[in-house]
Design a binder for this molecule. Structure first.
Ligand code: NAP
Length: 292
C-alpha cells in the first residue's frame, strides 16, 4: 500500500437486538428479585388509538418484550373515532390506577387529537415514554431519571462501543422532541460539542464531515452519503422509512462500511434499544413509586 492510500477502517455493525437482549436480561433479573421478595410485577399500560397496522405491530412488540422479562402489560385499543376527551379520561384512570407504573400512548395519534395535550396528561411519575414537559424540563436541567427511549438507547450503544464523547464533535440531524433535541442534550451533558442540524441548515454535508459522532434522525432514506462521513466516525442511523417493502435508514449503509468506525443498521439497530429503554423507564417508574 502506498503512503498516500488511506488505511482501511474496520467498521463495527451494531447488533441492536443482541445488545438489547443483554440489557433486558439484566432488567429481568431485577424484576425476578423484586417479585421474589414479595412485590407485584411492574406494569406498563399501552394505549393505541386507531388500527394502523404498523402501530399495532409496534405495541405487540413492546408487550412481548414486557412479557419476556416478567413485566405485566395491559393494552387499551380505542377506535380511531375516539375523542380527545375520551382519551384524556382513560389516561386519568390509568394515572389513578395504583397497579399501573408506566403509560405509553402510541404515536402518531389521529389528527383530531393533540399529541402535546396527551403528553401533558400523563402523570410524570408514570411517563415511560418521557414526553411530558416536566420530564423534558428535567432533562434540560440535567436531573432527569426517565429519559426519552430512543436517545437513551443511542447513549447505551455509544457506551457499549466505548465511543469517546468528551470533547468530541457530535452532529445531530433532526430536531424532534422525541429524538433530535434530547439526544443533543444527552451528548452535550457528556461533554461533546454538539451541532443540531435541521431542514434549514446550510452546508449539511460539510457539518457532517466534521462529526466524530453523527446521529441521523430525519426519515429521508439514504440522505447521508458516504463522503459526508468523517473516517472513523461513529454513525447512529435512527431513521427508518419503508421503501419498496424494505426498511431503509437515513444513512447510505453500504457506503459507510470501511469509512465509519461504527454504524447502526436500520433492522436490528436502534429499534430494539428503544424498546429496551421503555422497559427500563417502566421499571424505574415502578421502583420510584413503590420505593423498592
Ligand atoms: P420528525 O419529527 O419528522 O423530525 C424530522 C427532523 O428531520 C426535523 O427536525 C426536520 O427538520 C429534519 N429534516 C427534514 N428534512 C431534512 C433535511 N433535508 N435536512 C436536514 N434535516 C431535515 O422525525 P422523528 O420523529 O425525529 O423521527 C426521525 C426518523 O427516525 C423517522 O424515520 C422515524 O421513523 C425514526 N425513528 C426511529 C426510532 C427507532 O426506534 N428506531 C424512534 C423514533 C424515530 P425541521 O425541524 O426543520 O423540519
Amino acid at each position: 500500500m502506498s503512503e498516500s492510500e488511506p488505511v482501511p477502517i474496520h467498521t463495527e455493525v451494531l447488533d441492536g437486538l443482541a445488545l438489547a437482549n443483554e440489557l433486558r436480561a439484566e432488567l429481568g433479573e431485577t424484576i425476578t428479585k423484586l417479585v421474589g421478595a414479595g412485590n407485584r410485577a411492574p406494569c406498563l399500560a399501552v394505549v393505541l388509538v386507531g388500527d394502523d397496522p404498523a402501530s399495532r405491530s409496534y405495541i405487540k412488540g413492546k408487550q412481548r418484550a414486557c412479557g419476556r422479562i416478567g413485566m405485566e402489560s395491559v393494552e387499551h385499543i380505542l377506535p380511531a373515532s375516539t375523542s380527545q376527551e375520551q382519551l384524556l379520561a382513560l389516561i386519568a384512570d390509568l394515572n389513578g390506577d395504583d397497579g399501573v407504573d408506566g403509560i405509553l400512548v402510541q404515536l402518531p395519534l389521529p389528527s383530531h387529537i393533540s399529541s402535546a395535550v396527551v403528553a401533558e396528561a400523563v402523570d410524570p411519575a408514570k411517563d415511560a415514554d418521557a414526553l411530558h414537559p416536566t420530564t423534558s424540563g428535567r432533562l434540560l436541567a440535567g436531573t432527569a431519571e426517565l429519559i426519552s427511549c430512543t436517545p437513551m438507547g443511542i447513549m447505551a450503544v455509544l457506551d457499549h462501543y466505548s465511543i469517546p464523547m468528551e470533547g468530541a464533535n457530535a452532529v445531530v440531524i433532526g430536531r424532534s422532541n422525541i429524538v433530535g433535541k434530547p439526544i443533543a442534550l444527552l451528548l452535550q451533558q457528556r461533554n461533546a460539542t454538539v451541532t443540531l442540524c435541521h431542514s434549514r441548515t446550510r452546508d449539511l454535508a460539510g457539518r457532517c464531515r466534521e462529526a466524530d459522532i453523527l446521529v441521523a434522525a430525519v426519515g429521508r432514506p439514504r440522505m447521508v452519503k458516504g463522503d459526508w462521513i468523517k473516517p472513523g466516525a461513529a454513525v447512529i442511523d435512527v431513521g427508518v422509512t419503508e421503501v419498496e417493502g424494505k426498511l431503509v435508514g437515513d444513512v447510505d449503509f453500504d457506503a459507510a462500511i470501511g469509512v465509519a468506525r461504527l454504524i447502526t443498521p436500520s433492522r436490528r439497530g436502534i429499534g430494539p434499544m428503544t424498546i429496551t429503554m421503555l422497559l427500563r423507564n417502566t421499571l424505574l417508574a415502578y421502583r420510584n413509586r413503590k420505593g423498592v
